[in-house]
Structure formats: structure tokens, C-alpha cells
Design a protein around this ligand. Sequence first.
Ligand SMILES: C[S@@+](CC[C@H](N)C(=O)[O-])C[C@H]1O[C@@H](n2cnc3c(N)ncnc32)[C@H](O)[C@@H]1O
Length: 363
Amino acid sequence: MGIISRFFTGSGPSASSPSSLGHSVSDLRQKIYKLETANEKYRARLAERIEMNKTLKNVVDTQKSELNAMRINSRKDLTLERIDTFFTGTKLRLPEEAYQRFLAKCKDNATEDKIKVFREEMDKTQHRAFYEQLFSVEMDMAQGFDFTGLRPIVTFQRGKTDIAYAKSKCMSLDELKANHIQITIERFDEIIKKSFINPKRVNSVCEIGAAWGAATRYMLNRYAPEDYHVYEIDTGWAQWLKDNLGVDSKQCDGESLSETSDNSMDICVASSCLYFMPFVKQWNYLTEFARVLKPGGIAVFNVNLIENTTVRTLKGLLANYFPRRSFGYIPQHCVDTAFPEDKFEKLVKEPAKGFGYQVYRKR
Ligand SMILES: C[S@@+](CC[C@H](N)C(=O)[O-])C[C@H]1O[C@@H](n2cnc3c(N)ncnc32)[C@H](O)[C@@H]1O
């Protein structure tokens, strides 16, 4: 019951003698006075609450950004740990002269301040940016390196163009990508055997690099999961996937599944996507797959696998390609450390050479 109705319920003045009228007028005045006092108190309490809420919101915002910073730092630490692991599994070392040549080129173009910040960051992250650039694939949209800004010239953002193209031709994306969609159905039917996972248990799927959603459609049709997390770096595609396939497009940082909890997914999938990124990022994603899979869950992906990377191949690539992007291989031992034998079962014993699909199941 509200304040006003509480004050005005009960019998009102009924008789109309002057004395009873005077009585009820003074009654009414008293009630109005009480009502005003109550309202004032109410307003004061409201104002207090508003202030309290503002303070609480500030506290929550601060804690959120502190948590975020902690998450980013622990992710950075994880990446560095992985680079360490990479070096303990290989004889490969980054040829020093390539870095020096790179810096010399920077000096001709970028300002000293910028180079100083860049070098500090490189030291702190054990030359990670250099590795990323070095191990990235040759792509039409990420071919060059901007020596003034010290970053790749163009990054992946093809979704909007493809979507606009389909529209201009009065085609649906299904029509435009019919070929990819059909190939994916055939490949996945062949690769993901019924024995790999019971379809009834598949409630959650996590996919990276979903683009126009060939693999997404396949997963939705075959398993009808309730939760579908997508991490797509191309914002045009990320939005399209959300609007058209109803998936949950997550904030994508290009290397982690930061919005997906440990042991929460039945299937993780990366179809024709990993080899478009540097091996450090491929590796991050694979170890993230290992983290978010439930026991019994499967990871399905294809990579451009090589047995080993040697200093000789690295030097050759640097001489011929660097700073243009060169190749998207991932050494076998990186995949092995992401899915260690005691924790994962390798379900495709001999993946096809080149870009063959692999499937691992968490024990
Ligand atoms: C060839 S398309 C993928 C095709 C799609 N998976 C299918 O089922 O046909 C490659 C996609 O990977 C995305 N991609 C590239 N690097 C990425 C990264 N670091 N994180 C997430 N997505 C990425 C690109 O934006 C692009 O949309």
C-alpha cells in the first residue's frame, strides 16, 4: 500500500455539521502535514540510496577493471610461459640479425619515442610481436608492415565487403558460400565419427573464426546445442553470425576464449581458420580449447602442421619474406603440448598431410 493510500483509507467526513466539518478539516490538515513529512523523509532516503548506488557502482566498475587487468596480465604470463615451452621443445632460436635489420628499418621511419616503447614491449614480452609477425601467414589483407605505426597495414576485416557483395547481387550468404558450406558438410560427416561424442550430451559449442558460418551451420544442424560461443576477429562477420545464426558472439581478442569458463564446452571447433594466424596465437587457441572442454568433450580443428621448424627455414623465410607475412605453420610439438597424451585422446590417428582435420577428446 502506498503512502498516499495509507493516509486516505478509512471513513472520510460524512456529516456536514459546522463542528464536524471543522474537525475533519483539521484532521485533513494533520494528515496532509504527516503526509508531507513522510514524503520528505522518503525523498531524503531516496537521495541517500541514489548516492549509495553511485558509490557502489564506482566500486563495482573499479573492481571490474582491476579484474580485467588481472585477466590480461595472467594471459600475458600464460603466453610467455608458452613461448618458454616452445623453446624447450625446439632448438630454434630467433636469428638476432633479423631483429637488428628490422630495427634499422624502423629507425628510418618511426620516431625515437615510438621505437623506444616498442623495444621495451619487445623485451618485456620476449619479442612476441616479432614472432607474431614472423610466423603469420601471407594474406591479401595483411601483407605489409607499417614501419611508421609499427603494426601490420591491414588486418582481417572482410565480412562487411562479402555481405555487401552478396546484397548487391541479390544473393543470400548461403548462396554465396554454398560451396564452402557443402564442402564442410562432407568433410565433417567423414571426420567426426558417431563414436567420438554422443550427440545427446552436446549442449555447448565454442567456435573460433566462424566467418560466414559453414561449420557453425553444421554444428547447429547436427547437435542443436543450447549455448554457442563464437570468437570471430572480424567484427562484420561476428555481428552477422549473431543476427543470422543466433549464436553468442563473444568479445574476440584474437587469441583467447576469455569469456568461456573452464570445463564448460562439449565441442570446440576451428575450421579453416587457425593457419591464418601466427603459431603463437594458434597455440593459445588450442590450449584454450583444452581448458574450456568438459571431460569427454572434443576439439575439432585443422592446422598447417609441420614436424619441425629449423633455423635454416626460419632464416630463409626471413630473408625472402620478412616483414611481409610468411607462413602459418604450427610445429607438431606445440599441438602435442596443447593436448598432452595423459589428458587427451587423439581420435584421428593420421590426419591428412597439409591441412588435415584433427580431433582430440578430453579424458
Ligand atoms: C576462411 S575463414 C573461416 C571459414 C569458416 N570457419 C567456415 O566454416 O567456412 C577464416 C576466419 O578466421 C578469422 N580469424 C582470423 N584470425 C583470427 C583470430 N585471431 N581469432 C579469431 N578469428 C580469426 C577471420 O576473420 C576469418 O573470418
